[in-house]
Design a binder for this molecule. Structure first.
Ligand SMILES: [Zn+2]
Length: 128
């Protein structure tokens, strides 16, 4: 999903992220700058490796959390069809859903994170 709204939100978050990171004392890990796009292919999310960072963006409370993949299970949980994902900021839980053409699997499918009304509320942007 590459809607203009999302790009705008992402750009705004990326800008505030850069500010936050620049304000950190030097020597506290690598600087995180750049532009990161939503990843909606479950296979690509699952293939994230331990130590990979990603941004979890919640459009409901307009927050961005930078997280690190702790292990393979962690990456799998992020794209588990029917699984839940929790926003640390608004404390809401969202359901991970895979959507795609019936009878086909793989590349055609994408993942959305929706609230109980089926509205898309979160997305993941890997920061490799
Ligand atoms: Zn939230």
């Amino acid at each position: 999903m590459k809607s203009p709204l999302k790009s705008l939100i992402m750009a705004a978050f990326a800008a505030s992220l850069v500010t936050a990171v620049s304000a950190a004392p030097p020597g506290k890990g690598p600087l995180v700058t750049g532009t990161y796009l939503e990843e909606s292919n479950p296979q690509n999310i699952q293939s994230m490796k331990k130590g990979n960072r990603y941004a979890l963006v919640c459009m409901e409370c307009k927050s961005l959390s930078v997280k690190e993949v702790a292990n393979e299970k962690d990456a799998q949980a992020l794209c588990h069809n029917g699984g839940m994902i929790h926003c640390n900021s608004c404390k809401q839980k969202y359901t991970i859903k895979h959507v795609g053409p019936p009878g086909r699997s793989g590349d055609q499918w994408k993942m959305v994170m929706v609230n109980d009304k089926g509205k898309e509320c979160m997305f993941i942007a890997p920061m490799k």
